[in-house]
Structures are given as C-alpha cells and as structure tokens.
Design a protein around this ligand. Structure first.
Ligand code: ATP
Length: 202
C-alpha cells in the first residue's frame, strides 16, 4: 500500500484535494475525524484535555466544544503546545491502527489528510508528503466565506502553523492551488499520473 500524507495550511485546499484523490481511487483518513474520535467523551484524551483546559470547554452534551478550544489555543502558543502534547501521540496511534486495517483490507493507496502532519511527526507514518499551497489573500477570502472568521482570526491561525515555505521544502510534491477548482483538478490528476500510476496495480 502506498501511503500519502496530505498537508497544507488552513484553507489551502486539502479537503478539495482529498475529494479529488478519493475520486481517483484513494482511501482518505482525515486527521479532524481522528481527532473527533480521540475526543470521545471520557476517553483518555478527553479526560486529559478537560483536566488541562477546564470544564468550560465542554458543551452540555459533554462533548468538547472545538471552536471554543480553538479560540483558546490559537491565541496562545503555550496552550497549543499543551493540547498538541496530549492529542498528537493518541491520534498517531489511531492513524497507525487504521492504516493497518486498510492494508489488510487490500487498499492500494491511502491518504492521511492532516494540517499538522509535520508538526505531529506523522510524516514518519507515510511514504511521501504532498502539500497544498494557496496565496494568503485567497485563503483569507475563502475562509471568511466558509467559516465567517474575521481576517484577524484567520491570520492568527495561519501564524500558529508551520510556514508554507517550510512545509513545501519538506514535502515531496507541492499542489499549487492558486487558480480555479478546475485547475486544481488538473493539477491533482497530473501529480497522480506521475507519482501514483505505475506504482499500483489498477
Ligand atoms: P482547512 O484546513 O480549514 O480544513 P482546507 O485546506 O481543507 O482547509 P478547503 O476546505 O479544501 O481547504 O478549502 C477552503 C475553502 O476554499 C473551501 O470552501 C473550498 O471549497 C474553497 N476552495 C478551495 N480551493 C478553491 C479554488 N481553487 N477555487 C475556489 N474555491 C476553493
């Protein structure tokens, strides 16, 4: 099984690229979903996060309010480090387990989509890394539209992440997403053809 790590800054097109890769036949694991799973109420990670950040981050249902938690950690790098220290190892264990299951199930190409792939050290779980890149003004406009975040909120989140140049330096492939969605589709198909076809049977 070929395992591709898909990373990229907030709003640079990871979800769109995942969707395209799925259409091309890949099976995608999303770090956000893995995070949700790790956050299951009363799991080990949930307990530690509540201990570290207090019960005010909980919704009435007992679930962690991720938007509230995001507001705390993206405003304070120390808090983000605490959260990452709790979550990244647990999420890696879940990813490893899921990859094993996919491999045993005969999957040929698996993709792990994670904004924090490098920060969390998950590049060691994959064969190669692709990173999406988009100019910052486009990212700000898209996220204002999608999440209703203010430009300031978006810039804070961008600043809290690894720089896009560092990500690109460390990646095997840069997926340029500075055009229309149709351009992105062509870009992804071309990279797939070059890097994946020929390494799989179908
Ligand atoms: P996040 O890290 O916040 O989850 P992401 O990297 O997964 O973001 P997407 O969700 O794929 O990014 O893209 C952000 C928003 O911009 C989405 O609403 C998406 O549909 C839109 N978008 C992405 N690429 C393009 C494009 N080339 N043209 C127009 N809209 C785009």
């Amino acid at each position: 099984m070929l395992v591709i790590g898909l990373t990229g800054g907030i709003g640079t097109g990871k979800t769109e690229v995942s969707r395209l890769l799925q259409e091309l036949g890949a099976t995608v694991l999303n770090a956000d979903q893995v995070g949700h799973e790790a956050y299951t109420p009363h799991s080990e990670a949930w307990n530690e996060v509540v201990k570290a950040f207090g019960e005010s981050i909980l919704q009435d249902s007992g679930e962690i309010d991720r938007r509230k938690l995001g507001g705390i950690v993206f405003a304070d790098p120390d808090q983000l480090e605490i959260l990452n220290g709790i979550m990244h190892p647990r999420m890696a264990a879940i990813v490893r387990e899921k990859l094993q299951g996919l491999n045993q199930g005969g999957v040929e190409v698996a993709v792990i989509e994670a904004a924090v792939l490098f920060e969390a050290g998950w590049d060691s779980l994959v064969d190669e890394v692709w990173t999406t890149e988009s100019p910052e003004p486009l990212v700000v406009a898209r996220l204002q539209e999608r999440n209703g975040f203010s430009p300031e909120e978006i810039r804070k989140r961008i600043a809290s992440q690894m720089s896009s140049s560092e990500r690109s330096d460390r990646a095997t492939e840069v997926v340029n997403n500075s055009g229309e969605l149709a351009d992105l589709e062509n870009t992804v198909r071309a990279i797939w053809k070059r890097r994946v076809e020929g390494r799989i049977e179908h």
